[in-house]
Design a protein around this ligand. Structure first.
Ligand SMILES: C[C@H](O)[C@H](O)[C@H]1CNC2=NC(N)=NC(=O)C2=N1
Length: 101
């Protein structure tokens, strides 16, 4: 069973991750892309990376915004896997145009 991270460990992990919030239940980031098709492209690029990691996000796609929520369901909270996936989310998002950018 993966080890759950406490709030201090989560705060430490997120100092390097602009735009993320976290508590022991989940890490969240809301990403507003340039348009709807870009938001869909983000999901399409992220999906195979999640398969590679065997770790999957909860995603809410609304028009050009994707709300990303990361938790390790089998552990009942945030683990190192979620921190790792947050990095992948940032990497994939960085390759696509954001709203207002
Ligand atoms: C069998 C497989 O490893 C598990 O079901 C994985 C798949 N992806 C997962 N993703 C997330 N976020 N939490 C899990 O507990 C999880 N479990």
């Amino acid at each position: 069973m993966a080890e759950l991270l406490d709030q201090d460990a989560i705060d430490d992990a997120l100092t390097a991750r602009a735009g993320w919030s976290g508590d022991p239940a989940r890490l969240t980031r809301s990403i507003e892309f340039a348009d709807f098709l870009t938001a869909v492209e983000f999901v399409g690029r992220l999906a195979p990376r999640c398969e590679d990691l065997d770790h999957h996000p909860d995603l809410d796609l609304r028009w050009r915004r994707v709300d990303v929520s990361l938790t390790t369901h089998s552990a009942g909270g945030v683990t190192a896997k979620d921190v790792e996936l947050a990095g992948v989310v940032d990497e994939v998002a960085a390759g696509l145009p954001l709203a207002g950018g």
